[in-house]
Design a protein around this ligand. Structure first.
Ligand code: ZN
Length: 420
């Protein structure tokens, strides 16, 4: 334990060390892990080897050579093996550097720590967690360390589409020399968080990084038209359908539906009613994070054609605000309950109104097998399929629907994508 003493100051923060001297791993992204208990660092992957040092619970480290028993870790000052059981993976979230002149990266959460670098304004960096005193542990490219949390801001995303015939090269940093992470296919829908000097930071549900900003284009403005019997389709492209789920989210059924969609890499659209949004905000976040589209389905599920203009607006705005409170974004599409709309209703709604081309009547028959039967009879390229994520039978029937449609060559996209 004698070696622990010089690090006493870190222990008071419960977070002691930070990562440095990092070499890129094969796939180009660092694996950041966190200590869930105090641990001993050994020179070799064995408790019989030389003790290098102690490392405190809460510390962030770069982990390599993870095996069942031992993991090789590196920090700015230490390296060696710790027991894998002492570590957990931590997820990161993108934040924008808003500090004028950029923000300094420190070796530990204090102004007195050694400065290891500077991240410039408008860069998006990854935040893995916070430390007391207003610090965040972050990564930018191959650099890691602590920055002042107040130099960062949660960025606002804009939905864009990749417009590059051969795809857009995704890079770890905003530079033509930035490490290549992969390629985003032409027409991929992305969330763009910032641009600087011709580079855009973008995320999809599986990838994140920088691409050339000139390779992005705005989505076509859909306006507040009514979309009913599917959409005209472009010949020669893949067949597509839009699965839509109304009236949720439901704490029991929606997570099952999300799991099935994820398993088959299918995207869908969820038209949510306001109270369910407020009561299940973690599920709303999950829906959004997993790349699905969120639509507004009013607050009280009222028949809007029977309400005054003021009340229609209240029904819609209340749910939009609840959605914003849950995910920091407003719904992008609207579906009136019972499909009931008219000129007065449309006059107060700024989103596109999405009806459907196939009604599975899942709410009525509550029969898992009948859902596919209804779809089979009328599905075609561009179909918008109506289901409800509040019935167990709908979750039970979904996988067969997806397997059948996949076999027929269909891709599953959100309604805004199918309307592009
Ligand atoms: Zn409904």
């Amino acid at each position: 334990m004698k070696k622990l003493l010089p690090y006493a100051i870190f222990l008071t923060f419960l977070i002691s060390v930070f990562v440095g001297q990092i070499s890129a791993s094969a796939e180009g992204t660092l694996v950041i892990q966190k200590l869930v208990e105090d641990a001993t660092i050994y020179a070799e992957p064995s408790a019989d080897s030389v003790e290098v040092d102690q490392i405190a619970k809460g510390s962030y480290v770069t982990a390599t050579n993870v095996s069942q028993g031992w993991t090789y870790i590196q920090t700015h000052q230490l390296e060696g093996y710790v027991e894998t059981a002492a570590l957990v993976n931590v997820k990161s979230e993108g934040y924008l550097v808003v500090q004028k002149g950029g923000t300094a990266l420190f070796t530990y959460p204090s102004q007195n720590a050694q400065k290891v670098g500077q991240v410039y304004e408008n860069r998006v960096i990854f935040v893995y967690g916070t430390a007391p005193g207003g610090w965040s542990f972050v990564q930018y490219g191959q650099d890691t360390g602590y920055v002042a949390t107040n130099s960062l801001k949660k960025p606002i995303a804009t939905t864009k589409r990749v417009n590059a015939v051969n795809g857009a090269v995704l890079r770890l940093t905003a530079s033509p020399n930035g490490e290549e992470l992969g390629t985003l296919a032409n027409k991929t829908i992305v969330q763009q968080y910032s641009t600087l000097a011709g580079w855009a930071y973008v995320e999809t549900d599986t990838q994140k990084g920088y691409i050339n900003a000139s390779e992005l284009t705005d989505l076509q403005k859909l306006g507040n038209k009514v979309y009913n019997k599917g959409v005209p389709v472009v010949k020669g492209e893949n067949k597509r359908v839009a699965l839509t789920f109304d009236d949720g989210p439901n704490a029991k059924v929606t997570p099952q539906i999300l799991a099935i969609l994820k398993k088959h890499n299918a995207k869908a659209t969820f038209f949510m009613v306001g109270p369910n949004v407020s009561n299940n905000s973690a599920i709303v976040k999950q829906v959004y994070k997993e790349g699905h589209e969120i639509g507004n389905h009013t607050w009280n599920h009222s028949k809007l054609t029977t309400l005054s203009k003021t009340n229609v607006k209240q029904e819609v705005d209340r749910t939009s605000n609840a959605t914003y409170a849950a995910i920091g974004q407003y719904p992008t599409v609207f579906r009136p309950p019972y499909g009931a709309t008219n000129d007065q209703v449309r006059s107060v709604i700024t989103m596109p109104t999405i009806l459907w081309s196939i009604d599975t009547l899942d709410w009525k028959h509550r029969n898992a097998d009948k859902i596919l039967a209804y779809i089979k009879t009328s599905v075609k390229d561009g179909s918008i399929i109506l289901m409800h994520d509040i019935h167990q039978t709908t979750a039970d029937g979904l996988e067969n629907v997806i397997l059948y449609l996949q076999k027929q060559g269909y891709e599953f996209v959100t309604v805004s994508e199918i309307l592009q």
